[in-house]
Design a protein around this ligand. Sequence first.
Ligand SMILES: Nc1nc2c(ncn2[C@@H]2O[C@H](COP(=O)(O)OP(=O)(O)O)[C@@H](O)[C@H]2O)c(=O)[nH]1
Ligand SMILES: [Mg+2]
Length: 1005
Amino acid sequence: MHNMEQKKIEENPPIATLERKLEGHTNFVGSVAVSPDSAWAVSGSDDNTIKTWDLETGQCRATLEGHKKEVRTVAITPDGTRIISGSWDKTIGVWDAETGRSLVYLKGHKGYVKSVSVLPDSRRLLSCDSGDITLKLWDMDSGNCIKTFKGHGGSVESVSISSDGQRAVSGSFDKTLKYWDLETGQCLATLEGHSGFVYSVQITADGRYAISGSKDKTVKLWDLESRTCRGTFEGHKNKIYSVALSPDGKLAASTGFQDKTVSLWDLISGACVQVIEVDASPISVIFSPDGKRLVVGTASDAVIFVYRLTGVTGAVRDVTDQRYTNAKVVGAVRDVTYQRYTNAKVVLVGESGVGKSGLAHRLIEDKFIPTDSTHGMNVWRLDLPIEEKKSLERETLLWDLAGQEDYRLIHQLFLNETALALVLFNPQKNDPFAETVDWLKALGAAVTKNKPGQPIKLLVAARTDVGSITVSQKKIDRFLEEHGFAAYLPTSAKSGFNCSDSLNNNQPSSLKQAIAQHIPWPLLPWTSTPRLLRELKNAVLAMKEEKLGLLGFPVLAQRLKQELPKEVFGEDDVRTAVSLLANHCLAMPLQFGDLVLLQPEILNGYASAVIRAARSHTDEIGCVSQDDVFQRRIDMTGVTRLDRAEEDLLLRAMVQTLLDKSLCIAEDTDKGKQLIFPSQYRRERDIPVHPEIFVSYTFTGELAVVYTTLVVRLWYGGGYDNKELWCNAAEFSTPGGKTMGLVMERSGEGEGTISVFFHHDAAEDSKVMFSEYVHRHLHKYGREVRRDRRYVCGKCGNPVIDRDTVRKRLAAGREFIYCQDCDAKIPLLDRIEQRLASEPVARRVALMDEKAGLALSSQALEQILDGHMMAICGEANQVFRLVSRFDYGIDGEIEFKDDQGNPSGKKIYVQLKSGGSHLRFRKRDNSLVFDVKNPRHLKYWQTQPVDVYLVIRDEEKVIRWMNVTPHLRTRQNKASLQLLFTGEKLDAAALLRVRETLLQAPVKI
Ligand SMILES: Nc1nc2c(ncn2[C@@H]2O[C@H](COP(=O)(O)OP(=O)(O)O)[C@@H](O)[C@H]2O)c(=O)[nH]1
Ligand SMILES: [Mg+2]
């Protein structure tokens, strides 16, 4: 540790000191709560029990039994009379706090109850679950569910209610938080920003702010009024299962599961004020209401740690609205080892060839560098004339995105968090803004829904040296006004006009000044990070420019040690730094081989080549053979390429990314595996006419992305028998042979319409599911979505023409409309319309989406495992071959080389397990078992001439392997389909150990 750091810590005595440990539970303590008078605590455990504890003496007062499964959440009513528990047995228990008697079980959740929070009236409570992915409001006295809140797209893990009982926040596996009005059940806002599951949320007493803990290793602070992220706290090395707020709203606590720490954060200054090292993995945390204690539950050790706190006050009523904002940093930063900074993302957008890269070079190097407009994407640090604040560093990154059509599908991955966009146009063109509008819509779609007017946009005329500006100033002015640009500037990268510092007497150029002036700094979230992590991140960012290709983490760590000789750090810290950069798309750790790509943009280049290949398929069917991609039989013009071995790996990572993002379909055909891009189909199809269209949606956003992801997910999740694609249309048929489909048209600038149509006698049930799926998808991915339900008169058979009126009447809750032709009453709320919003449909749609997700991630996992084998065999300099003997349960073989580097003939076989989950913990003894799905494999594996190894990726995404041959030969129960899985981590060292053993025997020639 640095002397400085040591000294600082001595000057700042710890806030928390260990008081005692509470022992008694026998399994994970997933939840803790403290009574309103701060005298006692309650804990819920995976041992299915609840315990109450006297905080003064540490005595266990009672053990409450009754739940049939893990108790993952506990709470105490504000009046202190009742204890609430939520369990994986799907019930919520209500207990008398005094006697420990069970009062009632609330039943209604279809999945695990993950979290409960009690309203101030001590009568009602809010709960959430993993099955229906809903929140439920209950009346404890009657035992009734009063209201169900829907909206999340993944397991809802955590809920928290403001102390006035008006508002709630929830956190979910869909990576978002939702902000709710408890009275109306309305979702007021969806807070996006985490790049991993959200495990835990807490709202401040006044309901103004919330904090969240996530799998992405960060804690975030949210302003619920402006619905934006205010800050991010970094420092944990792994997932954060639980967060808590001190009663005075000034401190946050977060539990780091793998790093075995609880961090205390000062929410006002952003500093980490203490890192408590816990002697176990902490998974739950709570402050006592008097501010005197912190209670921490841990994982397998099942111990509860109680800390005494100093300097933390109990609940305060009056806190100014200014807290947590940049404007007012109150109090000194207590720990200099943490730094706070704000990062502004500035992107250059505009059609291909307009001059983006030229301008980027000018801004960065103040030189004109002729470029080839096929070039992909680049990121640089941009020096701006901005006022530096001592407590808050500001930094700007300039992103140059490629403008070609082939890149658009993947660009959306990089547009989010944009603070300011430089929108370039060619002023010599007659219609210079034609493509610009698409870009503006794409930008709007990428930035979160809750920030109207963002990002800030500057309109830039490029290449003005080429000729005079033909577009009239009036037209420019109108365009500026219409789209809310903050400023307009004509530039020339070549001459340096308005963009060269040296031409401006070495003062920042006009463009730089405009950028600096318009970045909305106070609105941008800050990040608080340990000094070391910041140094590491900066060093990694600097290395991006070296174009290093794929790097192994050990090599990267080595490089960083040269760059930062004074720092003491390990590979772990490097991993953390890289994954934090990855949260902002600034680096890409591969999911296999322990490798990182410092320039994710290289992957984009390859992806665009694949998409281009799919578009140019001779049959116009938008697909490309996976083999052609892996064997480089596609046109790679303009792609920044890596060397062959790295490229082999990156191509797999690229296909995996496309699958993970639902951007393509991987389908096995008699011609091998095909990668299908629905948006690249060019085969025409007549657009169906009335009366087949059932409903249509008009929306804006990145149209191709919205359409592609919709088709891909329906393809995988719908369980449809037959699927056919056309140019901007897709058809699916049910087992009964009834067809449903959708068609997309561009209906305006940056605006599209997706219409759903049905075959005449498609079953009502299929119609309901299909249209509800489309509905949800569009609301998730599209912007400015407008729904138009189409009606047909039951009497004369004519379609209703006036859709505007239909929309208005539906919104007003009217139940019918008159036919414009025959005056008959046409019911608006027909059976389908009524069923659409119902709970069972929502649940089935969520299941459908889950199925799509699973199928896609299984496809992606196949790429990961193949890639992993190639990467580690490459690293260990051994030979890996994929073989296709799937029926026998063998996917590949490894041949070891002898000491001279020649193939030795010594081999092992591997089976790469990419299907659904194969590993589970056996209840009986909690040991990890592998379920063999195909009994024939067991026999086959035993009779092979060489040993067979199972390769599996576990829940923590660690790829492990195990030699099953000796195990199968010696085991007792020959008929069992369970294998005790004792696999070790599969890396190059593990591979070389096997080689060692095998080659000890004389080598066969
Ligand atoms: N005359 C002139 N040519 C430029 C200027 N900026 C870029 N170019 C050239 O115009 C072409 C397209 O520019 P580029 O920056 O690659 O466009 P991008 O596709 O938007 O990145 C290239 O040949 C550049 O060298 C400029 O300011 N003036
Ligand atoms: Mg370019």
